[in-house]
Design a protein around this ligand. Structure first.
Ligand code: ARG
Length: 430
């Protein structure tokens, strides 16, 4: 019998997929569950896979790999999608795809399978990643193929003695790993509806967060966080601790409408306390240690990288090229950042680095100032030269400074009537 390696979560979809793969493809199912920090009972999940008909079931602790090879490089890059999402789900997919392929090789399987629907980004990430790593392997997506209603699926489960968890009534679709929780569907599909309280699991309601702020110091070495409040920690522990600490202060709640790769806009809720705080701290340290040009260019790289990760192109040459740039850019991003966590938000309160480009003697307005004020004059003379040249040759030919084109929000140029100063405010409502 041919074999298929199934990415198994223990949930209803992938449990039902086990007998379904048997029946429809006549394949032996090997269940593989990757632990990327989703805090589940993996022993129970493994047993459930076997009870449901998997011939073998593996649980892989992939937390360290996830943090070192996916999460921290994305943090160094500053990779954030849609201005907020630190890419937790998107980053875990290529790793899980890699694990599926490794097990497929080890077990001599001819296919891999995953439980994604036909509407999301995750199916693309799995299919494209497996295609890049092992073009000979077939990818089967049972949920995408069977297209059952919830009821039909539950009936099939009952016929096959698969327990339907009471939480099948949970209105949300949730994906979780160390880098964050992604929540969608249910009432969240209405972008006007405020997320109900039960959406949030990792973060305290900011209104009920402690009244006293917490200070935290994060140490980075070459852009990688290595210490918390003076203690050196491995990456997994550091992220876990920070999730708890920042989550307790209500930090890391995100709510955005994002553009899925498959062309639709969807409303997504995220909880990512550690990711949000680490991105903020890392950015603060880069402000201190990167030159203006490096910082500017790196923003473009970050955007490209975020899009590429979101769009399932992790295993691309373009990614390798950008990652090489990012790694190089982090050579001097070493130091400590202090932050203040308070009622749902955080502020960077201090930063220091042995490689700091901040020069107090140049920056100060006090005694000891070494900045050359005379040189500033000459600099301005030349900096403004092309502007003066163009203004007098072209823009000021009518002799009126209005020709310089001051426009208002309506796009109309500033006219002589506007000289009188700001318009009076509208009358107060009665
Ligand atoms: N929109 C996010 C992404 O595409 C999260 C998807 C997570 N899936 C879920 N079942 N909530 O990366």
């Amino acid at each position: 019998m041919e074999k298929v390696v199934l990415a198994y979560s223990g949930g209803l979809d992938t449990s039902v997929a086990i007998p379904w793969l048997h029946e429809h493809y006549n394949m032996d199912v090997i269940a593989v569950t990757a632990d990327v920090g989703n805090e589940r009972d993996f022993t129970a999940i493994r047993e459930k896979a076997l009870r449901t008909g998997a011939s073998t079931a593996y649980v892989v602790d992939a937390k360290d790999l996830f943090v070192r090879h996916f999460v921290f490089p994305a943090l160094q890059a500053g990779a954030i999608y849609g201005d907020a999402y630190p890419l937790a789900t998107a980053l875990a997919r290529p790793l899980i795809a890699k694990i599926l392929v490794d097990y497929a090789r080890q077990e001599g399987a001819s296919a891999v399978a995953h439980g994604c629907t036909g509407k999301g980004n995750d199916q693309v990430r799995f299919d494209v990643s497996v295609g890049a790593l092992a073009p000979d392997l077939k990818v089967i997506a049972p949920v995408r193929e069977w297209r059952w209603s919830r009821e039909e699926e539950i009936n099939y489960a009952a016929e096959h003695d698969i327990p339907v968890p009471i939480t099948a009534s949970s209105p949300y679709s949730i994906d979780e790993n160390l880098w964050g929780r992604s929540i969608e569907a249910g009432v969240l599909e209405d972008p006007w509806a405020e997320p109900p309280d039960d959406v949030w699991q990792w973060t305290t309601d900011p209104a009920r967060a402690p009244d006293a702020p917490a200070y935290v110091e994060i140490e980075f070495e070459r852009g990688v966080p290595i210490g918390l409040d003076g203690y050196h920690l491995d990456g997994v522990t550091l992220v876990e601790r920070l999730n708890e600490l920042a989550g307790a202060h209500g930090v890391g709640r995100l709510d955005q409408v994002e553009d899925r790769l498959v062309g639709i806009k969807s409303r997504e809720i995220y909880e990512a306390p550690a990711a949000v705080v680490l991105h903020g701290a890392h950015a603060a340290l880069e402000q201190l240690t990167l030159s203006k040009d490096q910082a500017l260019f790196k923003k473009d790289v970050a955007k490209q990288l975020a899009a590429l990760i979101y769009n399932g192109l992790w295993f691309s040459a373009h990614h390798q090229d950008l990652a090489a740039y990012v790694a190089s850019s982090q050579r001097f991003v070493t130091g400590i950042v202090q932050l203040r966590l308070y009622k749902g938000g955080f502020r960077v309160t201090g930063r220091k680095s042995p490689n700091s480009l901040y020069n107090a003697a140049l920056a100060t307005y006090d005694k000891g100032d070494t900045f050359s004020h005379e040189a500033a004059l000459g600099f301005i003379e030349l900096w403004g030269l092309p502007l003066r040249t163009q203004a007098s040759a072209q823009l000021l030919t009518s002799g009126a400074s209005d020709a310089l084109g001051l426009t208002g929000p309506d796009g109309n140029a500033l006219g002589p009537g506007d000289r009188a100063g700001p318009r009076p405010p509208p009358p107060a409502p009665q």
